[in-house]
Each structure stands twice: as C-alpha cells, then as structure tokens.
Design a protein around this ligand. Structure first.
Ligand code: NAP
Length: 391
C-alpha cells in the first residue's frame, strides 16, 4: 500500500513563537498545490545537534534556521555554499537524500528588498549598526554590489568585527571599516552616508520606543533600512520619514529570503504576492505598533493605504515616492512589482502575453497587495480600465 506523505519543512530557532515563516510558507505551498507542510520548533541550545540529526533521520525536505543558531548550525551540516562560508551564517538548509546543504538567502533577500524600492547600492556609502548574522549577510550583499561600508558595534566584540571588516574589504576590494558605536562615530559616519541599516533588535516589538540613532543625524536623501519588521514602522523609520529620508522596513527582506528558500526546496518559483499578503495579515494580528510621532509631525493614519492613479507620465511614481517618504508608508510600484514577480520587463510582458495577458497579471498583483495596509501604491496608467482593480 502506498500513501502520499507530505514533505516537511521546518524552522529551528529560539524563540519562534512570532515567526511569520509558517504562515508565509504554508500559504505558498497551498498556492502552488504542493503537499508540503511547514512547522516551527523552538530548540534549546543543548538540543541543536539532536534536532539537526532528527531532521536528517526524519527526512525533512528543508529547514530555516533563525536566531540564535545561524552560526552554530554550520558545523552540523554536510555542506555549505560559498556565500555561507563568506558570511559565516546559514539560514536555509536543503536535504537531498540525507545530505544537508546550507545556504544564506538573507543576503539576496536584502538586495531584492532594496531593488523593490528602486535603490541601487553601487558606489554608495553604507553604515551598518550591529555586526551579527543579519548584519554580515547585508554587508556581503552590499560589498558585492560595490558599496563601501562602516560597521558600528558595541565595544565588546569590536576586535572581532574589525577583523571581519578587514576580511570583507580584502575579498570585495571595497572600503570596509569598523568602529565603536557611540554618538561621535555615528555622527561622523552618517555625515556622508547614503544608506543606514539598523541590524540590531533595538526598536523591535515590544520595546518599540527605542532607537540607537539621534533623529538630528537623519536627513533628506538618506535611505534608512531597518531590518526589523515588527513593528513595520519603528521609531527609527518614523523619525527618518519625518526628516525627509527614505524609510524601508524589514518585511520585504523577510519575504524575499523566504521566497528564495521556497525555490531551493521546491525548484518552483515562489508565489511572492501570496507570501507578502499572508505575512501582512499575520503581522496585522500581532502588530501592536506604537504610533509614536516625533514632536511636530502631522498626524498620519498609520494603516491607511493610498493609491495613486493617472495617465501615463502624469507623475504618479514621483509623487508616490515623496508621499511614502513623508508618511513612512511602504512604497509599492505596481509595474515594478509585476516585473520583479515575473522577472520580465513590462514591454516584454506586453510582447509575450499581449495586453489581455498583461492585464490578467496586473489583476493578480492588485489582488495580492489589496489586503496590505500602510502602503502608497503607484498604479500603472491602464490599471483603472478594469473595474475589478478599483473594487
Ligand atoms: P544577532 O546575530 O544577535 O546580532 C545582533 C547585533 O545587534 C549584534 O551586533 C549586537 O551587538 C547588536 N545589538 C544588540 N542589542 C544592542 C543594543 N542594545 N545596542 C547596540 N547594539 C546591539 O542578531 P541578527 O540575527 O543579526 O538580527 C539582527 C536584527 O535583524 C534583528 O532585529 C532581527 O529580527 C533582524 N533580522 C531581520 C531579517 C529580515 O528578513 N528582515 C532577517 C534577519 C534578521 P553585540 O555584538 O555587541 O552583541
């Protein structure tokens, strides 16, 4: 007798209770009609090896690894890819007939998130606060994209962080340095920085009133990327928006690292829209964002989304970017999202599928973002031709 058994994918970490990964992956498996199931396990440090051996013995198809095990898991695997070796951390594991191979999808996930906001890091100067697993993934992604980097970290690990910075500089041929995180160094580094990344948990739920960056150091033209996604609008991002900087939260990075893991496990392209939708819905339930506004800020409705429509060339994208900056809302450029989701340009999609095929894709994309909140959506010129999009 044969019975169809589901493939199991898991998250190992501690804590895992508020992880969005189960919701994202289970909705993605369902979307693609796959008999896969994703479970989160809270693992004690002394049980990590037993848990990995168990995953091998039970033939789990794939694993995600989260805090605090991304580094400790590496020696327990049969292989790790070259990106993991360079970054020094694994967040995704693929089990192929009992052989466990580690990957790091945080780095590419970060770049995809930047790209989605129209930000090209090449030639830019980045300041990264923190030097843990996520910071290293971000730093490798940025250095490989030809950005220069300054790490700012607390003094206890400064020697180790300086060594990591030197190694990255040698490998990437980019300027990479490290300094102690203090007011003087922060002010000096941010004076000429294009991109600030908060890669610490400072500002994360439930302690949402915290920030490591004095608001007077934030300025227009700067991109401020907080890796935190709960709350979506941290105090740092709220103050960045008020200062006229471009705020970016950690949700898109989370979605893309998940999408890339999905692709490694299944060999299929990930339904990114579904994953985003479900993650946003789950967050909405969890999110107890403090709607703290800096003194003098106009009251901004935290959850309302704003959609901009208009004829081609009327300035929707420009206005949407400014509005997203000023309100701290997430910028969604629909045509850009369609291009990212399909890997083809709008012109290519029109040529390949004709206008009707393209409009069908557009309807799917509108559906995938319609449950989201707190967004500024720049719509394609022809989007309003279909009433279903307006509904
Ligand atoms: P980690 O390995 O534990 O590293 C944390 C870093 O933050 C360390 O450099 C630590 O400094 C620093 N830090 C912690 N508390 C601090 C404080 N009070 N003041 C100054 N520095 C402090 O954690 P991680 O995995 O890199 O994660 C960091 C953040 O990124 C977390 O908020 C996590 O949720 C987020 N993250 C987001 C995504 C995403 O997809 N959006 C992915 C991964 C991680 P020391 O070295 O001095 O301890």
């Amino acid at each position: 007798m044969t019975c169809s058994k589901p493939e199991i994918c898991t998250l190992f970490g501690n804590p895992v209770e508020h992880s969005l990964s189960p919701v994202m992956h289970n909705s993605a498996f369902k979307d693609k009609g796959l008999n896969y199931s994703y479970l989160a396990f809270k693992i004690k440090p002394e049980h990590l090896k037993a848990a990995i051996d168990g995953a091998r013995a039970l033939n789990f198809k794939g694993l995600n690894i989260t805090v605090p095990y991304k580094v400790d898991v590496m020696p327990l695997l049969d292989e790790v890819d070259s990106a993991c070796r360079r970054i020094g951390a694994v967040n995704t594991i693929v089990n192929t007939n009992g052989v466990l191979k580690g990957y790091n999808t945080d780095a590419t996930g970060f770049l995809k998130a930047l790209d989605g906001q129209g930000i090209d890091p090449a030639g830019k100067k980045a300041v990264i606060i923190g030097a843990g697993g996520a910071a290293m993934a971000v730093a490798y992604a940025l250095a490989d994209s030809h950005a220069s980097i300054t790490f700012l970290n607390r003094p206890a690990r400064l020697n180790e962080v300086t060594q990591m910075a030197n190694k990255l500089s040698e490998e990437s041929k980019q300027q990479v340095d490290a300094a102690e995180l203090n007011a003087k160094n922060l002010a000096a580094a941010l004076e000429t920085a294009h991109l600030l990344v908060n890669a610490t948990s400072v500002g994360m739920h439930p302690d949402t009133s915290q920030t490591l960056v004095p608001s007077n150091l934030l300025r227009p033209g700067m991109v401020v990327f907080d890796l935190i996604y709960n709350p979506l609008q941290t105090r740092l991002l709220s103050e960045a928006a008020f200062a006229g900087a471009q705020p970016v939260n950690g949700l898109e990075m989370l979605i893309w690292q998940g999408a890339l893991a999905f692709e490694l496990w299944t060999g299929l392209s990930a339904p990114v829209g579904t994953m985003r939708n479900e993650a946003l819905k789950a967050l909405e339930g969890q999110n107890k964002a403090v709607k703290r506004q800096p003194a003098g800020a106009k009251k901004i409705q935290a959850k309302t989304s704003i959609a901009l429509t208009g004829f081609m060339g009327s300035g929707k994208t420009t206005v949407a970017k400014i509005l997203a900056k000023k309100t701290g809302k997430r910028l969604v450029e629909l045509d850009k999202l369609i291009e990212i989701n399909t890997g083809s340009s709008i012109t290519e999609l029109f040529n390949q599928r004709g206008e009707i095929g393209f409009r069908e894709l557009e309807i799917e994309t509108v559906k995938s973002i319609s449950a989201g909140q707190n967004q500024v959506i720049s719509c394609g010129g022809g989007l309003v031709l279909n009433k279903i999009n307006i509904d």
